[in-house]
Write a protein that binds this ligand. Structure first.
Ligand code: NAD
Ligand code: UDP
Length: 322
């Protein structure tokens, strides 16, 4: 008998790339994708015709089935600050209530994998951040619905592992970008590229000196595929996954102004509690996933993402821009 797999959030940016990889598996009998199209879109799964795939449009926290799953991948949550800040309660429900609900559907001996985030480190005081760093997070701040619900969901899964032996895999992803991000997603790379293709003004918040470590989606999904289901690994997490080349926001914006002639940077007010820096310590990741590296530079990854935006979602947008 092959595996029964469930992906929550599979119509989203990263989730749909994961689904692309899952349908290549020969040891899988069925794949249920649960997504409510809050931030994901049907087009992300439009190219998949695998008869094993069954899509359910539903909130992960309300999904009900008598079926049990051998592998559950929980990615259902917005990752973009403007989206999760607009609906914080919904964000907490997606992560935490979603995880609680999914645990009910786990077959005996099954595994739950969870996409946590570098946001658990808050505005870090040490760099790079190893998994042992406890972070600097404000549980009453504007980002708390996201970072605290990720932290609490990590706790839930670790306690299920410790007290009931549930098999878990927890990754902490650092900023991921690439094709299939929505043009109105609001995160830096997708925002800058949408802006480059419309009004030409790239909105940099604050002085732009804040930094992130930008991981191209193909590299990140390579790591997730190995950690979630390919390699025989008994490390439950947490595992940092990302690209450890740290680059400031202004450098990313300036690069895009060179890539797309005629675009300019527009300096805008800072956003509250914007983390000043973020860079993964990948020592553990390299040990757990030997040979894996984030290979795509931001220069190359942004070019590829730009081409995707230009040729798909933003087609015709130039003529509609004010
Ligand atoms: P995304 O917004 O593109 O995808 C999230 C998907 O989950 C969407 O399809 C959305 O419709 C769905 N969803 C949200 N709430 C739901 C709910 N209650 N019920 C069912 N479906 C729901 O985001 P993404 O960038 O693909 O991120 C995927 C996961 O990875 C998220 O859990 C996110 O927190 C995590 N993550 C992403 C990044 C990143 O840089 N992209 C970084 C760290 C962690
Ligand atoms: N950012 C920016 N302009 C934008 C979008 C984002 O200057 O149009 C900045 C944002 O303030 C942050 C960085 O880019 O410092 C990364 O933001 P993003 O939303 O992509 O990810 P996160 O803040 O969650 O790391």
């Amino acid at each position: 008998m092959g595996k029964k797999v469930l992906v929550a959030g599979g119509a989203g940016f990263i989730g749909s790339h994961i689904v692309d990889r899952l349908v290549k598996r020969s040891d899988m009998d069925s794949l249920v994708v649960v997504d409510n199209f809050w931030t994901g879109v049907p087009d992300n799964l439009a190219g998949i015709t695998d008869p094993r795939l069954h899509f359910v449009q539903c909130d992960v926290e309300n999904f009900a089935t008598a079926e049990k799953f051998d592998e559950i991948l929980h990615l259902a949550s917005p990752a973009s600050p403007p989206w999760y800040m607009r609906e914080p309660v919904r964000t907490i429900k997606a992560n935490l209530l979603g995880a609680l609900n999914l645990l009910e559907m786990l077959a005996p001996g099954g595994r739950v994998s969870f996409a946590s985030t570098s946001e658990v480190y808050g505005d870090p005081k040490i760099t790079p951040q190893p998994e042992t760093y406890k972070g600097q997070v404000d549980c009453t701040g504007p980002r708390s619905s996201y970072d605290e619900s990720k932290r609490c969901t990590e706790s839930l899964l670790f306690e299920m592992h410790r007290t009931q032996g549930v098999d878990i895999r927890i990754v902490r992803l650092f900023n991921v970008y690439g094709p299939r991000t929505r043009p109105d997603d609001g995160r830096a790379v997708s925002n800058f590229l949408s802006q480059a293709l419309t009004n030409g003004k790239l909105t940099v918040y604050g002085d732009g000196q804040q930094s992130r470590s930008w991981g191209y989606v193909d590299d990140i999904v390579d790591a997730l595929e190995r950690y979630f289901w390919l390699d025989d690994i008994d490390y439950v997490g947490p595992l940092n996954v990302g690209n450890d080349r740290e680059v400031s926001v202004i450098d990313i914006a300036n690069y895009i102004t060179q890539l797309v002639p005629g675009t300019i940077v527009e300096m805008c007010p800072p956003i509250p509690q914007d983390p000043t820096n973020r860079r993964p310590d990948l020592t553990l990741c390299r040990k757990i996933l030997p040979g894996w590296e984030a290979r795509v530079s931001y220069e190359e990854g942004i070019k590829r993402t730009f081409e995707w935006f230009r040729d798909t979602v933003m087609k015709g947008a130039e003529t509609e821009a004010p």
